[in-house]
Structure formats: structure tokens, C-alpha cells
Design a protein around this ligand. Structure first.
Ligand code: 5CU
Length: 359
């Protein structure tokens, strides 16, 4: 008898209740509060969304923090396994002195939540980035004792200077040694000034559709230029939103590198340099959260169909109206996989989770 091949969601977030409590105690980004006369709570996390308009934050319901709600969502969308991660902006904003304790608490809480649903939940851990190198490496080593952790989620700022910061190398080495991939996720977007004077009229579209993907693209390109993937050759990264625009721009980035007189004079173009194409195939996995066949085909061509993985971005992008339990954002990503790889094909089964479920 044929068994159903598993569906694994590798891009799905949760804010554990302790993190929600922290957000409720704050009045600057990130925070949760109501705006009278309305009594409903809004989650305000993005620099570009803290405005007086109706685009201030988003309503925050149980789907953001209740793990049982995650399981209900998975059941409604035929998802067998989810690899949950704390959503942005993680602990980036935390005071250095509080970071270690906060990361331990959140990672333990998430691991315990996974244990409640055996075989259905795994997680990417959160790092205490503001705590400094020893604290971060200590937490990476501690993750060995947490049964359900399969990697770490990371934003693009690293220790505050971006992911090309040489100070990050020991952290990347610790992740490489622990065989923990980095799930790289954007948060900061581009400076609000690029969205122009009428930005408030356009809701969250510009920062989410363009700011997020460009942020990811810039962060990884800086890592490539800094030689991170030569220095830490087995580092593995999963890039959110199919790598931002990296698959589409890889040829241009590669050509700009090869034609750069400064890089040549510095001796950075010789033998031993990994090309952008090689990095895409050896160090990078891409999620399939791109909502369209054209973008997904680009991702598959860039990294290979064994390196592209289904995701939902739940609880973000919920239906705005009644869609009968199914989320359009999720269905669109299913459709893109079927369209690009063929319904029921071996490649589609792999992208949907056959391979991931072995880990
Ligand atoms: O809708 C949003 O703002 C977001 C977000 O902040 N993080 C994310 O992962 N997806 C959507």
C-alpha cells in the first residue's frame, strides 16, 4: 500500500507566551498594545509600520503564540511536521545582560512545546546575539541537549555590524561544528526613506514585498564578498523567501565580482574563490515561500530541487476574510510547487518534505 509522503513546513513561526509577555511590557518597537478607542491588541514589530495609520502593526491572536493553534493550522493544511522558529525580531533588541537567560528560557520553552506533539514539531533555536561571543557559543553548545532543535534562526544584523563581520566567524564555526544550519530571516528591510512620502497609503506592501527580500539578498552577498563560505566551508544556510532576490541576481553579482578591479588588486579573484553559483549549490537551501511558479523555478535552478523546501510563514499573511479554513498564502505556495515540479512528482515530494522528514 502506498504511504503518503510527508509534508514538512520549515518556515513557520511562533512567539512563545513568555515572549508575548515581554512585548506587552514594552512601548517601543517591538511591542504589543491596544490603540483606544479599539481594545484589540496589535503587534508592532517592523520599523516601517510604527505609524499613526491603519497600517500600524497587525492584530495579534492565538495563532501567534498558542501551540495548539499551530497544530490546528497544520491539520487544516495537511502539514505533517513543522520546524517552528521564534518570529522577528527575536532577541536582537535585548539588553546584553539579559540575553543569555532570555535565550535559554525561550529555547527550553520551545523544546518543551515540541515534546508535547511527538513527531510533529521540531524547532530552530534563538541565539542571544547581544550577549557577546562566549554567551552565543555557549548557547549553541547547550542546544545539543535539546532534543528537537534542528538549527538556529538568525536575522541579518549579526552582532550589530552585519553578517560579514569577522567577529561572527567563531559563531559560524560553532554552528558548522554542531551541524546546525542557519535559517536566515529578514526583519529590518530598507531605510523607510526609500518608500517615499506616501508610504502610509500602501500598508505593509513595500517593506514586506521588497524590503525583506532585498535585506536578505544584501546580507548574503556581503557574506559572499567577505569570503565567509571559503572560511567556513561547510556552513549551511536556509534563506527565507527563496533567498530574497539572490537566485535572480546571482549572475549579476557574480559578474560584478569578476569585473571588479579593486577585488582583483586585493588578490580576491584567484583560485579558491567559491562562485555565487557554487555557494548556492553547496551552502544554501531556499524555502519555497515565494508565492509564484516563476520565482520558484528560479530558486530550483539556482540551488537544485534537493535544496528547495516548502514553508508557510504562518502566522503571517492570514486570510483577510473567510476562506473556509484554508489560507490563500499557503495554497499559493502549494500550487507553485505543483506547477514548477509537477503534481505528485518525486521532485515535488522532496520539496514538500520527504527529505527533511529524515532529519
Ligand atoms: O507580515 C509581517 O510583518 C511578517 C513578519 O514580520 N515576519 C515574517 O516572517 N513574515 C511576515
Amino acid at each position: 500500500m502506498a504511504t503518503k509522503s510527508p509534508i514538512v513546513d520549515i518556515h513557520t513561526h511562533v512567539y512563545p507566551p513568555s515572549y508575548i509577555a515581554l512585548l506587552k511590557s514594552r512601548s517601543s518597537i517591538p511591542y504589543i498594545r491596544s490603540f483606544p478607542p479599539s481594545s484589540s491588541l496589535r503587534l508592532v514589530i517592523l520599523p516601517a509600520e510604527d505609524t499613526e495609520s491603519t497600517s500600524r502593526g497587525r492584530p495579534v491572536g492565538k495563532e501567534y503564540y498558542d501551540i495548539e493553534e499551530k497544530i490546528r493550522f497544520m491539520d487544516a493544511h495537511s502539514i505533517d511536521i513543522s520546524v517552528i522558529s521564534l518570529a522577528n525580531p527575536w532577541l536582537d533588541w535585548m539588553a546584553a545582560s539579559d540575553a543569555a537567560r532570555a535565550a535559554r528560557g525561550i529555547n527550553d520553552e520551545v523544546d518543551a512545546n515540541c515534546a508535547r506533539f511527538p513527531g510533529r514539531l521540531f524547532a530552530f533555536a534563538t541565539l542571544p546575539l547581544s550577549g557577546g561571543r562566549e554567551v552565543i557559543v555557549g548557547e549553541i553548545e547547550r542546544l545539543r541537549d535539546l532534543r528537537f532543535m534542528r538549527g538556529v534562526i538568525l536575522g541579518t544584523t549579526g552582532l550589530g555590524k552585519g553578517l560579514d563581520d569577522p567577529e561572527l566567524l567563531p559563531i559560524f564555526e560553532a554552528l558548522e561544528a554542531a551541524k546546525l544550519p542557519i535559517f536566515l530571516h529578514p526583519h529590518y528591510g530598507l531605510p523607510s526613506s526609500v518608500w517615499g512620502e506616501r508610504a502610509n497609503d500602501y500598508g505593509h506592501v513595500l517593506p514586506l514585498a521588497l524590503g525583506f527580500p532585498l535585506e536578505t539578498t544584501i546580507a548574503v552577498t556581503r557574506m559572499i564578498l567577505a569570503g565567509v563560505f571559503e572560511k567556513v566551508p561547510d556552513l549551511q544556510m536556509i534563506l527565507a523567501h527563496s533567498g530574497g532576490t539572490l537566485p535572480f541576481l546571482a549572475g549579476r553579482i557574480e559578474s560584478c565580482i569578476e569585473h571588479d578591479a579593486h577585488l582583483k588588486a586585493e588578490g580576491k579573484l584567484g583560485k579558491g574563490r567559491k562562485t555565487v553559483w557554487e555557494i548556492l549549490k553547496k551552502n544554501i537551501y531556499l524555502d519555497a515561500v515565494i508565492y509564484g511558479e516563476v520565482g520558484l523555478r528560479g530558486a530550483i535552478q539556482a540551488s537544485g530541487d534537493d535544496r528547495v523546501m516548502f514553508g508557510t510563514d504562518h502566522p503571517f499573511f492570514p486570510p483577510l476574510g473567510d476562506e473556509g479554513g484554508k489560507w490563500m498564502s499557503v495554497e499559493t505556495n502549494y500550487e507553485a510547487i505543483k506547477g514548477a515540479l509537477g503534481t505528485g512528482s518525486e521532485e515535488a515530494k522532496r520539496a514538500l518534505g520527504e527529505m527533511q522528514s529524515e532529519y
